[in-house]
Design a protein around this ligand. Sequence first.
Ligand SMILES: CC(C)(COP(=O)(O)OP(=O)(O)OC[C@H]1O[C@@H](n2cnc3c(N)ncnc32)[C@H](O)[C@@H]1OP(=O)(O)O)[C@@H](O)C(=O)NCCC(=O)NCCS
Length: 160
Amino acid sequence: MTPELLTEADAGELLTVQRAAYLSEARAHRNFDLPPLVETVEQVRAALADPAWRVWGVRDGGRLIATVRLRVAGAVGEVARLAVAPDRQGEGLGSALLLAAEELAPAEVTRFRLFTGERSAGPLHVYAKLGYRETHRSPEADYQLIHLEKPRGRAPAAIR
Ligand SMILES: CC(C)(COP(=O)(O)OP(=O)(O)OC[C@H]1O[C@@H](n2cnc3c(N)ncnc32)[C@H](O)[C@@H]1OP(=O)(O)O)[C@@H](O)C(=O)NCCC(=O)NCCS
């Protein structure tokens, strides 16, 4: 699993993977207006062109099958839009890509933050396994967003 930095030319493929992946989250939260679903290709292109964001992807035989974004805000690495193509979920790709993004983050990053919906059982399992701990919750529609944080270098639970 070797992540590559994605560029503006990858915007269409990225959006295709992202929309397919987040459909399960939309169904779980009965909210089909989730930002990863309503994001336009122009907005994805803008994120790919924005130097504040690092966007990685994983390809298999040329096909984009996973992606994640990281924004550096001082010592904090904000992780967003982790997505694995539906037919490739459960193979360890999401976990491996998130760990790779943490390793590839610039040296000034000392902790990582991300959030997910309270009904996101799969992502919450992955994040806990990789060392993320809940910091707080915030209201969103008729559910809560769970915010999680991890100090850089905390070992995943599985290999502790
Ligand atoms: C979340 C996501 C990125 C994980 O990627 P993945 O490649 O499927 O993840 P992995 O294969 O590395 O790990 C999946 C783990 O979650 C577990 N899991 C899957 N569904 C689960 C569920 N409903 N409840 C509890 N655990 C679950 C698997 O058993 C596996 O655990 P294990 O590693 O201990 O065996 C992927 O499922 C996805 O794209 N989901 C839709 C988008 C999304 O929700 N993104 C994150 C929201 S912020």
